[in-house]
Each structure stands twice: as C-alpha cells, then as structure tokens.
Ligand binder design. Structure first.
Ligand code: HMG
Ligand code: MG
Length: 303
C-alpha cells in the first residue's frame, strides 16, 4: 500500500462492541435483562454485527459471567451476527453451548499486555489460539482476531508497527477472516495510525482489517478518518461511548457509535444505521448504568 490516501469508501460496516467491550468495564454488574434489552434495541438500529458477550474467566472479568444467559435471552435477527470473545478452548466450548455463530480470539502486539490480559506470552497465545480456531472453523463458526495495543501499551509505551503486523499476520494465518486493530488505550494520532495500518497491510489485506479506537485522548474520530483514508471499511464502536479495558488502566471508552454514524453521514458514507434509534439506545443504557451519555452526538441530539 502506498502512503497516499485512497478515496474514501462509499459504504462501511459498524461492528458494535458496547455490550462486550463497553460493559466489561462497568463497576456495577448489569442485570441479564438489561443486557438483553440493550442488545435487542441495538438489533433494531440497523447494525448488522454486535459483540454480545465474552466467555472468559469470571475471576478475570466478572461483568461478563452471565454471557450464556444473555445469548439465551436475546432475539437473534437472522441478518445480524452476534459474536463473543473466547480466549481458550474452555471459552469456545461455552460459546458453542450458547449457540454462538462467530467468536473472536484476542492477542496483543505487546508482551506485557498479553501477560496482564490473558496470562501468557504472545507466542503462548498463538499456541493457545490454534486449537480454538481449528475447532471453531470445523464447526462453521467464523473467527475474528483482535490485536491490542497497536500504537501504545499501558506497560511498555510505544509499540512498533512491525510487532502489530507480525501479530496480525499470525492471526490471519491461523484462520481469522478479519483482524481488528485496537488502540486499546487511545493514545494514537492519525499519522501514527496510518503508518501502523501501512505496515499491517503489507501482511494482511486491508479488506480484512477493522479499526478499534478508544477515545482516551479525544483522537478516536480523527484516527478512524485516517483509517478510512487507508481503505479500512470496518469500524468498531460502542454505543454511548461505553467501555475501557480492565487490564489497561486509564483507557477510557471506545469511540461512541453515535459519533461515528454522525461523521459517516456527514461524509456521505453509508452504514445503514438509524442515528435516532442509536441515540435512544445510548440514552437507555446510560440511564441503566447511571452516568451521562459519553457520546457528544448523543448529548447534542438529546437536548
Ligand atoms: P488463567 O488463570 O491463566 O487460566 O487465565 P487457567 O486456564 O489457569 O484457569 C484458571 C481458572 O479460570 C480456572 O478456574 C478455569 O476453569 C477458569 P478454577 O479452576 O480456578 O476455578 N477459566 C475459565 N472460566 C470460564 N471461561 C473460560 C475460562 N478459562 C479459564 N474461558 C484466561 C487465562 C485467558 C482464562 C484469563 O486470563 C482471562 O479470562 N482473560 C480474559 C481477560 C479479558 O477478557 N480482557 C478483556 C478483553 S480484551 C480487550 O478488551 C481488548 C479488545 O477490546 C481490543 C482493544 O481494545 O484493543 C479486544
Ligand atoms: Mg477495546
């Protein structure tokens, strides 16, 4: 890929991570019924991909312990994919028992973050993921891959783009059909994001890449715009800007889905999501968790 901007795409897909990445970081444990209502409301906004939960150790992330009940309770629209994180075979078995049709494995470009988040080195994580992907694919379950800390790590500081490219390549070779590049702590700025994507694109096709921005330093929309200029057409976002990461101190919420949709609408890029319905959903979940809606667009359109 050249460093020149490619024309902006005419259409992008939003990958909604609020029910997982958002709620995994809430201090209070949400009731199953509230999570189910959130996901059912999101399903009615036009979103086609929703990360609904996570089959991880409840000792590590207690907020996701009720994911099987969530999957059992949601109304699954046939045109929507509801996916879940699975760090190991135990998680995959639980996801399969819950009838999950898409899973995600999640690794990191930083050794320290890998240790803190999934208790193993990068190399060990690839060994651990290998049977998960094999078994999932053998059962017609699609597998997404995440690379965390693509520009910075809370423990190691700057991360080399080459480390990101190497991890993305490993995940794609394992069989992940898509790789989400996570600025887990939201420290990146647009030119850094572009250089990182350029390095990754040498190993994995841009069509297979998604961008996953947190808004800690208010750079998320600018970084997403930079990713669009690089040809990325899949954007992870979180309704009401819910989120953070329990193993990345200081990481604030994901970019708000409402803010992304507003920007895409302004750019004339189709995403098929009803902004008004999304804002109502963001206000609903903000009321439940008892704090202001973190989406600027959500706030502006609710006045
Ligand atoms: P471990 O302690 O090394 O695992 O943790 P273990 O295999 O030794 O098992 C320890 C205990 O956990 C055992 O229970 C297992 O049964 C249980 P005990 O015998 O002690 O009672 N266990 C499980 N229980 C339920 N489901 C499972 C499971 N696996 C083991 N799947 C492990 C290793 C990977 C399990 C742990 O570190 C873990 O669960 N980590 C998940 C952390 C996490 O979810 N982090 C947030 C998501 S990543 C993120 O947010 C970043 C992202 O958004 C992208 C970005 O922003 O950049 C994706
Ligand atoms: Mg995240």
């Amino acid at each position: 890929m050249s460093s020149q901007n490619t024309p902006l795409p005419s259409r992008v897909t939003l990958f909604e991570v609020g029910p997982r990445d958002g709620l995994q970081n809430e201090q209070s444990e949400l009731k199953v019924d509230d999570k189910i209502e959130l996901i059912n409301r999101l399903s009615a906004t036009g979103l086609k991909r929703i990360e609904a939960g996570s089959f991880v150790s409840p000792k590590w992330v207690p907020q996701m312990a009720n994911s099987a009940d969530v999957f059992a309770g949601i109304k699954r629209a046939p045109t929507i994919t509801y996916s879940a994180l699975t760090p190991n075979m135990q998680g995959l078995d639980a996801a399969m028992a819950a009838g999950v049709s898409e899973i995600a494995i999640f690794g990191a470009a930083s050794e320290s973050f890998s240790q803190k988040n999934i208790n193993c080195s990068i190399e060990q994580s690839i060994e651990r993921f290998t049977p998960v992907v094999e078994h999932a694919l053998a059962n017609n379950i699609a597998v997404r891959g995440y690379v965390s800390c693509v520009v910075g790590c809370p423990y190691e500081g700057n991360i080399e783009a080459q480390a990101v490219a190497s991890m993305a390549k490993h995940l794609a070779e394992l069989g992940c059909y898509e790789i989400s590049l996570g600025d887990t702590i939201g420290v990146g700025t647009p030119e850094q994001i572009k250089s990182m994507i350029e390095a990754v694109s040498n190993e994995v096709s841009t069509q297979q890449l998604a961008i996953h921005c947190h808004d800690t330093y208010g750079q998320a929309l600018a970084n997403i715009y930079a990713a669009l200029q690089c040809g990325i057409t899949i954007i992870d976002s979180s309704v009401a800007g819910l989120g953070g990461c329990p193993y990345a101190a200081g990481a604030s919420g994901n970019v708000a889905s409402e803010d992304v949709v507003y920007m895409l609408n302004g750019l004339g890029i189709e995403c098929g999501v009803d902004l008004e319905a999304l804002v109502e959903t963001g206000n609903f979940i903000s009321r439940i968790i008892g704090r202001p809606n973190q989406s600027k667009v959500g706030q502006a359109l609710s006045k």
